[in-house]
Design a protein around this ligand. Structure first.
Ligand code: 13P
Length: 336
């Protein structure tokens, strides 16, 4: 078993999942201002540190994705944030892309940047304690999109990123996100997501990536959020499994879904059904941002000194998702 494979399995095994706490300062500012909290470095750290000190970190969270600001911060106790995380048994990770910009010659689409100087930045992050990384390529669906230019350029970047990350001894989380924004059907989501993921693995293989040492972070197969033809959670799980079964090589150890704007309960219920129906060898778990943090953030914003109350809410969500990652969740457990 390679070192990279060991790290991936440590993050994903036994129902554990990933806490995606890597919102950029711009995104985090939107999240904090939506609950009337000023977005200062201190407040961003305070909320995140409250989560990292939660009980569920030990049993539920296998990895935490940090943002550059946070990985360089120290907690109230003086501990460096990556140390605080590894002390709970979770693996510290870091978002290394520098964001999605307008794609030349296809201006309604995006290309994710961050390859320049990446090798040097990775060395610094490794020194700070990171053992896995994240890069997100993003695609929107419409009649024309995603275009071939967007698919090719973003999957190429994901492969170059993955090669540099593995060279540095870390596990790349490979995130090709097909957005749920729009009127498209679940069938369109299935077709486009399959195309993107297949092209992504074609590029990863060309770039000689050790597939046993990556984590795939895809979207689930859903109808667009403005679609009139929603499908049931059961259908979401079956379509998602069908897509991944036919598009992801067997060597990949695990798949950790993004929540992508689903509600907390929806993201948990869909993950649970995916695991109940899982007819693949892949570990199927969560790498949620909003679906793990939304309620906790709302509660915290009412009284930022009540860390215990915030942690109770976060613990509950983490526990529910860890049950879902084993196909053991049920809606009755939500009210206990
Ligand atoms: P959401 O779960 O909020 O979609 O965030 C996951 C993520 O890391 C997006 O890049």
């Amino acid at each position: 078993m390679s070192e990279l494979n060991k790290i991936a399995l440590k993050i994903l095994s036994n129902g554990k999942g990933i806490l995606a706490a890597d919102e950029s300062n711009g995104t985090m500012t939107k999240r904090l201002e939506s609950v009337n909290i000023q977005s200062s470095p201190e407040n961003r750290l305070l909320f995140r540190e409250t989560l990292f000190l939660s009980e569920s970190m030990m049993d539920c969270i296998g990895g935490v994705i940090l943002y550059d600001e946070t990985i360089n911060q120290s907690s109230n106790s003086g501990k460096k944030i990556p140390t605080l995380i590894s002390d709970t048994g979770a693996v510290p990770g870091i978002k290394v892309d520098t964001g999605a910009k307008v794609l030349a010659n296809s201006s309604e689409e995006k290309i994710t940047e961050g390859l320049d100087g990446l090798r040097e930045r990775l060395k610094d992050y490794y020194q700070l304690g990171a053992r896995f990384t994240k890069w997100r390529g993003v695609y929107n669906i419409s009649k024309k999109y995603p275009s071939q230019i967007a698919i090719n350029s973003n999957t190429h970047a994901l492969a170059r990123y993955s090669a540099l990350v593995q060279e540095c001894g870390m596990v790349p989380v490979v995130e090709p996100e097909v957005l749920m924004d729009g009127e498209h059907s679940a069938e369109d989501c299935f077709t486009k997501t399959s195309e993107v993921i297949q092209k992504c693995f074609e590029e990863l293989i060309i770039h000689k990536i050790d597939l046993t040492g990556i984590i795939l972070k895809p979207n689930m197969i859903l109808a667009g959020n403005k679609s009139k033809n929603k499908i049931s959670n059961e259908e979401v799980s079956l379509k998602t499994l069908k897509c991944l079964k036919q598009s992801v090589p067997n060597e990949v150890p695990g798949i950790a879904f993004l929540s992508g704007g689903q509600s907390e309960i929806e993201a948990t219920e869909n993950l649970n059904l995916i695991n109940k129906n899982n007819n693949t060898n892949f570990i199927m778990t969560y790498s949620y941002g909003r679906a793990l943090q939304q309620s906790a953030l709302k509660f915290w914003s009412k009284d930022i000194k009540d860390s215990k109350g915030t942690q109770n809410i976060f613990n509950h969500r983490a526990k529910m998702n860890t049950l879902a990652a084993q196909g053991k969740w049920s809606s009755e457990l939500e009210n206990k």
